[in-house]
Design a protein around this ligand. Structure first.
Ligand code: SF4
Length: 122
């Protein structure tokens, strides 16, 4: 069985065909570099995505703080993670890159701030 994957590791976006038998990769075609082989194999067996969203804050100046996961999260758990994040609220100041939710749902990924948030002034 062959599956087509579009590599997202760089802007070239190679179309990679992965030939699979059972749980084994037999052949990979269409990649222009080794990063694509690794990405395609992972995408076929363990598809995941970096989760980018916002989290509520206590600041009227910045009511939503942009955040992202520091690692790929399995695709089938993304909605669950979004619901979990929606229940959180960030209080006080946060620095760019600071963890706002550690090890979300035990998946081994932290949710980190994509911007610095100063203390709320009101
Ligand atoms: S296979 Fe390599 S060159 Fe092609 S999109 Fe992926 S990273 Fe870029």
């Amino acid at each position: 069985m062959a599956k087509e994957v579009i590599c997202i590791m760089c802007p070239l976006g190679c179309r990679i065909e992965v030939h699979v038998e059972g749980q084994e990769v037999k052949q990979v075609q269409g990649e222009r570099c080794k990063k694509g082989v690794k990405y395609a194999q992972q995408e076929v067996f363990f598809p995941g995505r970096i989760l980018a969203t916002t989290v509520k804050t206590d600041s009227p100046e910045m009511p939503l703080l942009p955040v992202r996961s520091d690692k790929a999260i399995p695709k089938e758990r993304l909605i669950e993670c979004m619901k979990h994040i929606s229940k959180h609220s960030v209080k006080g100041s946060v620095k760019l890159g600071q963890t706002v939710i550690e090890n979300i749902l035990g998946l081994g990924a932290d949710i980190i701030a994509c911007r610095t948030k100063p203390f709320a002034t009101t």
